[in-house]
Design a protein around this ligand. Structure first.
Ligand code: KIV
Length: 272
């Protein structure tokens, strides 16, 4: 498969900004472990997000709230050990930055020092600007995240599309500009109308990466386990499944169980 893509040996925060300037779309996927991160990196994804969606996908929690900073560091360090090319962005988990800017900086420093990740991502706009600015003073790159912000699920009560109303759309635009002004190197927009996302991407010079935010942004991100079809009960309209691994794995495991029970595994060649 061949598409025009710049040949960055290592993707940096500068490279993703250069991609936006050159009109090249940025590809981003989540990963939480060494094995899958290595495959994703080798396949050429630009940015790997160690998302707090690990709370759902890896640990089976209903929301992203329970995952801890220590757990994020464990996932991120596993991912970093697998990476040769991609930029690794790590989510600051709920409760590790909302208290005050000193706490936010401390959490971001732990992520960078203990995991080896290259940047952090925080959910929120103007209300967390002070924390973002303080993290940036330590030389830690920050990615913003607006629109549907799953860490605030109990404030909103649903995972529906955000910023459909004009007032909320205007607030989102103002937040996006404030994040750029503060020094964020990129921004994720989750589950908002495509025309609003396109407007944000046009008005900002930093890359805007969308999930459920349409085609008019500078890049796309999906949760790896969703796009591989390992999860099968989550079916939002924006999700394109590239495989049906749930079925593939289920079939493989059934075959294995059958082979063990029927003494077909191991055979003569599979033993010493
Ligand atoms: O945690 C995550 O996976 C995310 C993406 C949905 C952007 O924040």
């Amino acid at each position: 498969m061949s598409v025009a893509s710049s040949d960055f040996k290592k993707v940096t925060t500068n490279s993703v900004q250069e991609m936006k300037r050159n009109g090249e779309k940025i590809s981003m996927l989540t990963a939480y472990d060494f094995t899958l991160a290595g495959i994703v990196d080798k396949a050429g994804v630009d940015v790997i997000l160690v998302g707090d969606s690990a709370s759902n996908v890896m640990a089976g929690h209903e929301t992203t709230l329970p995952i801890t900073l220590d757990q994020m560091i464990y996932h991120a360090s596993s991912v970093v050990r697998a990476i040769n090319r991609a930029l690794v962005v790590v989510d600051l988990p709920f409760g590790s930055y909302q208290g005050n800017s000193k706490e936010a900086l401390g959490s971001a420093i732990r992520i960078m020092k203990e995991s080896g990740g290259h940047a952090v991502k925080l959910e929120g706009g103007i209300e967390i600007i002070e924390s973002i600015e303080r993290i940036l003073t330590a030389g830690i790159p920050v990615m913003g995240h607006l629109g549907l912000t799953p860490q605030s699920i109990y404030k909103f009560g649903t995972y529906t599309v955000r910023a459909r109303q004009e007032a909320e759309a205007e607030k989102l635009l103002a937040d996006a500009k404030a994040l750029e002004q503060a020094g964020c190197f990129a921004l994720v927009l989750e589950k908002i109308p495509a025309d609003l996302a396109e407007r944000v991407a046009k008005e900002l010079s930093i890359p805007v990466i969308g999930i459920g935010a349409g085609a008019g942004v500078d890049g796309q991100v999906l949760v790896l386990h969703d796009m591989l079809g390992m999860t099968h009960e989550f079916n939002p309209r924006f999700l394109r499944r590239y495989l049906d691994l749930y079925t593939e794995i289920n079939t493989a495991v059934q075959s294995y169980v059958h082979d063990v029970k029927s003494l077909e595994f191991p055979n003569e060649k599979e033993q010493y």
